[in-house]
Design a protein around this ligand. Structure first.
Ligand code: ADP
Ligand code: ASP
Ligand code: MG
Length: 455
């Protein structure tokens, strides 16, 4: 059995649905479990509608939803032609529910966390219904499986954590109880169900994670992540047009890239796959003949020891100064406890005699964090920063590497550096406005020289 996950752009319109049907048809012999994201930018538009509703702007929320419904129904009509009415009647009640929820939020002017997840989950619900009908319309024995029946999570809304043993049991039971069931199931990525029965979500971009969790639970032979680029590349092609596809990459390198911002893969995706040794392949649904990138236990080095360059915007830096660091063993722990209490992970850390600087990616609790830290130290925060991260096997041991990196970005103000925590990455912080230039300069240095330099 294989898992085929299709991201938003891979199901965005009628032509995309046609490509999905062709890709799934070719895998029909391997009993694919198809995991889908919401169509196109549906989730962004749902977020926008909900934000308007929460401001009390009921009309604006309704308008955003109406446009989304029109676009979705236009895709349905184009793909299904005369069979479109039956599919539209599956989709319309879901939009009615969204409308009612938006109205309630506009009255309350606040969104309960569980309500937010329920609202956003509708994007995947609609997509899974449309995709399973699309496959059937092209003669494939497909059936919609409600992910909430199998994707058991905790009730950490917005970033729910999977209950892996329960998922294994539920998916096993569900697939066995099918009898002479169809060979192809289509389910929602991104969503799950809390112990209390409410709908949860796994965090933005979480459909990749769903796919990997289901693959591990089913001991699938492979996971295919179908997206809009031909694999993991040497940099984000939206920033570096010269970026090239990486044919094979190790799990460790790919996880560091995902963690440091390579959106093509959700950072949590690989853990369940690694545990079971299930290969993950990233492929382009617009170019299905291309081999894509294989993520596997180990991968031979490429022409440059740097495998890829990632970046993450919207980072904040927090600098803490206090002479108590000199005096008190364990004082760092006290500082870090503040971040833990506010459930805010710290990414990079660098310390000196009387100060410590960290970066955080989730800036939603920064003012609470500042308040608590100010009782312990002098605090300075910087917003609109970005992390640049070079990833490659054994980068730590490459002589001359740091010199090459910092020569390449010598025009750019570097705010913080981290090397050596992992043998596979070197990262540094810059102002957000400089990040794209930094990534392009590094790409030129490590990938665009002819012949490429190795060291
Ligand atoms: P999907 O909707 O299929 O999940 P995403 O938009 O989440 O797709 O991820 C694909 C995008 O990831 C690409 O369009 C590309 O701009 C971006 N990306 C960032 N870093 C990389 C990288 N190193 N390699 C490939 N794509 C990358
Ligand atoms: N639709 C969700 C999002 O946009 C999940 C995903 O696409 O992976 O974040
Ligand atoms: Mg994605």
């Amino acid at each position: 059995m294989i898992i085929q996950k299709f991201g938003g752009t891979s199901v965005e319109d009628a032509a995309a649905l046609e490509r999905v049907a062709a890709i799934v048809a070719r895998a029909a012999g391997e009993a694919p479990l198809v995991v889908v994201s919401a169509m196109g930018d549906t989730t962004d538009r749902l977020v926008e509608a909900l934000a308007a509703a929460a401001r009390g702007e009921q009309e604006a929320a309704r308008r955003t939803l109406a446009r989304l419904e029109d676009d979705t129904l236009a895709t349905v009509r184009e793909f299904f032609g005369r069979g479109g009415d039956a599919v539209a009647s599956l989709v319309k009640p879901e939009f009615s529910e969204l409308g009612r929820m938006a109205d309630a939020v506009a009255v309350l002017r606040s969104v309960p966390a569980a309500g937010r997840d329920h609202f956003l989950a509708q994007g995947e619900r609609i997509s899974a219904a449309v995709v399973s009908e699309a496959l059937r319309a092209r003669g494939l024995p497909a059936e919609h499986l409600d992910a909430r029946e199998v994707m058991a999570t905790d009730d950490h809304f917005g970033r729910a954590r999977p209950d892996v043993p329960r998922i294994c049991r539920l998916i096993g039971e569900r697939l066995r109880s099918g009898g002479a069931a169809p060979a192809i199931r289509v389910t929602e990525g991104f969503i799950g169900r809390a112990p209390g029965g409410q709908t949860t979500t796994l965090g933005r971009g979480g459909s990749d994670y769903s796919a990997a969790l289901l693959a591990a639970a089913l001991e699938a032979s492979a996971v295919e992540i179908w997206t809009d680029v031909s694999g993991m590349m040497t940099a984000d092609p939206r920033v570096v047009p010269q970026a090239r596809v990486i044919p094979a990459i190790s799990f460790e390198e790919a996880s560091e890239l995902a963690y440091f911002g390579a959106r093509v893969l959700h950072p949590l995706t690989l853990a369940p796959a690694v545990e079971k040794g299930i290969p993950v392949r990233i492929r382009n649904s617009r170019e299905p003949e291309e081999p894509g990138t294989e993520v596997r236990t180990s991968a031979p080095p490429g022409p440059s020891r740097v495998r890829s360059i990632a970046f993450k915007k919207g980072i904040a830096t927090v600098d803490m100064h206090t002479s108590r660091m000199l005096m008190e063993a364990g004082f760092l722990k006290t500082l870090f406890e503040v971040f833990a209490r506010h459930e805010t992970p710290v990414d990079m850390v660098s310390t000196s005699e009387v100060s410590v600087s960290v970066t955080v990616d989730d800036v939603s609790r920064l003012s609470d964090i500042r308040r608590d830290l100010e009782a312990l130290a002098e605090v300075e925060m910087g917003q609109d920063r970005a992390i640049v991260c070079l990833v490659g096997q054994d980068l730590k041991f490459a002589p001359g590497l740091a010199a090459r990196i910092f020569r390449a970005v010598e025009q750019i103000n570097i705010l913080m550096i981290s090397q050596g925590a992992s043998r596979r990455n070197v990262s540094f912080v810059v102002e957000e406005k400089d990040v794209e230039e930094a990534v392009r300069a590094l790409h030129r240095e490590f990938f665009e020289r002819n012949p490429p330099l190795s060291f």
